[in-house]
Design a protein around this ligand. Structure first.
Ligand SMILES: Cc1ncc(COP(=O)(O)O)c(C=O)c1O
Length: 373
C-alpha cells in the first residue's frame, strides 16, 4: 500500500466515486488543527488564513485558473450549481440542455427553474454513441446553458469537455461543468477546456473531506450571477465591521457569505498537496491501468461491463452487472465482507484511485465470484 494510505487491511477500497479515505497527511493536518484549537483557540488564525490561501492557489493550478482569487470555497457541488442556476437571470422560453442520467444535484437545480419558464432538454446518454455532438444537436437559439458532468456518476462515461466547450463558446451557449467525478482523477485545464463554470466537492477523487467544494466562474460572468447569499465575508471591505455601505468583493470571495470551513480547508489543502506532488498525469495513467485491469477481470469472469470499453471515455469508474443475480443483494454481501463499492447504474460500481494495489482488484473480483456461490 502507498505510504500515504493506512486503510484497514480487511477492506478492499473501491469507492472513490463515493467518499474517499484521507491520506495520512490529511489526517495529520486535521489532528494538528484540532489540537491547536483545543490549546490555543484562534491564536494562530493568521497562519490558518495562509493555509486557506494555499488551498486557493492549489485549486487554481488544478483547474488552470489565472489566480487564486478566481476560486470560491463553497460547501458542496449542489450549492455551487444552485448559485449558478439561481444567479443567472432567465427569460421564459430559454432552455437548458443536459443529460438524462445526471446525478440529482445536477438535475434538480435546473428543474427548479421551471416556474420561471425555463425548459429542460435531456439527452439519453445510454442511447448516444457521440454525446458531445448529440448534446449540441439538442441546442437551439433558445439554449442558454449546457449543464453536464465531466464523468457520469453511475457508469462513468467521460465526456470530451475540450471539444464541447469550444463548440458551446462558438454558439454563445454557457457550459456548466460538474467536475466532481473527474477532478483529481484526470488533468484539467481551463485554457484547453474553456467552460464557464466548474464545481467539484473535495470528498471523492480529490481525497479530501465532505463539506468543502471548489467553485470557479469565468471572471467576466461573475457580475452576471445575482448573489443569493450575503454576509460579512463576501463584501469588498471584509473586516470593516463599522462600515454600513458595502459592495460584493470583486473576487470569487463574493460567493462565500460567512466564516470559512477552516477544518475542511486544512484537510483539503493537505490532500491537494499530495495530488500535486504525485502529479495529475501520473495519477490519470495509474487509474487508467487499474480500470483497464478491472475491465479485463470483468470480461474473464463473464460479467457484463456497463461502463465504456474505450479508455478515453472512462476516468476512474468501472460499473458492471453480474448476470442472473439480484444486484442489490450481491452488493450488500460484498460490503459486509469489506469490499467498499457502490450499487449504481444497474450494477456494481468499482472506483479505484491511483494508489489502489492491483491485487485488490483481483481480490475484489474473486470475492464477487465467490459471493455468487
Ligand atoms: C456527479 C455528481 N454531482 C454532484 C454530487 C453531489 O455533490 P455534493 O454532495 O457536493 O453536492 C455527486 C455525488 O455523488 C455526483 O456524483
Amino acid at each position: 500500500m502507498h505510504p500515504e494510505f493506512a486503510l484497514d487491511p480487511n477492506l478492499l477500497y473501491l469507492n472513490h466515486a463515493a467518499i474517499a479515505p484521507w491520506p495520512q497527511r490529511t489526517v495529520k493536518a486535521v489532528t494538528q488543527l484540532a489540537t491547536e484549537s483545543g490549546q490555543l483557540g484562534s491564536k494562530r488564525y493568521l497562519d490558518w488564513l495562509r493555509v486557506e490561501q494555499r488551498l486557493r492557489e492549489r485549486a487554481a493550478r488544478l483547474l488552470g485558473a489565472d489566480c487564486a482569487d478566481e476560486i470560491a470555497l463553497l460547501k458542496s457541488t449542489s450549492e455551487g450549481l444552485s448559485f449558478i442556476a439561481q444567479g443567472l437571470s432567465w427569460q421564459p422560453g430559454e432552455n437548458i440542455v443536459s443529460i438524462a442520467q445526471e446525478f440529482p444535484s445536477n438535475r434538480i437545480v435546473w428543474e427548479a427553474l421551471a416556474d420561471q419558464g425555463v425548459e429542460m432538454r435531456t439527452l439519453d446518454l445510454d442511447a448516444s454513441s457521440a454525446p458531445e455532438a448529440d448534446l449540441l444537436a439538442h441546442c437551439d437559439a433558445q439554449t442558454r446553458l449546457v449543464a453536464i458532468s465531466w464523468v457520469q456518476y453511475a457508469r462513468g462515461r467521460r465526456l470530451d469537455i475540450a471539444s464541447l466547450a469550444h463548440r458551446c463558446r462558438e454558439q454563445g451557449i454557457l457550459l456548466c461543468l460538474d467536475a466532481i467525478q473527474g477532478l483529481g482523477a484526470q488533468p484539467f485545464d481551463l485554457a484547453r477546456s474553456p467552460v464557464d463554470f466548474v464545481v467539484a466537492d473535495g470528498h471523492k477523487w480529490l481525497l479530501g473531506p465532505e463539506g468543502l467544494a471548489l467553485f470557479w466562474c469565468r471572471p467576466e460572468l461573475r457580475d452576471q450571477l445575482r448573489l443569493t447569499e450575503h454576509g460579512w465575508h463576501m463584501v469588498e471591505d471584509m473586516g470593516a465591521f463599522d462600515r454600513t455601505d458595502w459592495q460584493p468583493a470583486p473576487s470569487a470571495r463574493r460567493f462565500e457569505c460567512g466564516s470559512p470551513n477552516m477544518l475542511g480547508i486544512h484537510a483539503l489543502e493537505a490532500s491537494l498537496s499530495l495530488l500535486e506532488e504525485v502529479g495529475l498525469e501520473t495519477i490519470a495513467s495509474a487509474i487508467e491501468e487499474r480500470t483497464a485491469r478491472l475491465v479485463e477481470l470483468i470480461d474473464q469472469a463473464g460479467f457484463e461491463l456497463l461502463s465504456p470499453r474505450e479508455t478515453e471515455q472512462r476516468a476512474g469508474i468501472v460499473t458492471f452487472r453480474v448476470p442472473d443475480v439480484d444486484q442489490a443483494a450481491l452488493y450488500q454481501r460484498l460490503m459486509a465482507q469489506g469490499l467498499m463499492c457502490a450499487s449504481r447504474g444497474g450494477g456494481l460500481r468499482f472506483s479505484p484511485h491511483f494508489y489502489t494495489p492491483e491485487q485488490h482488484l483481483e481480490r475484489a473480483i474473486a470475492l464477487t465470484k465467490r459471493a455468487l456461490t
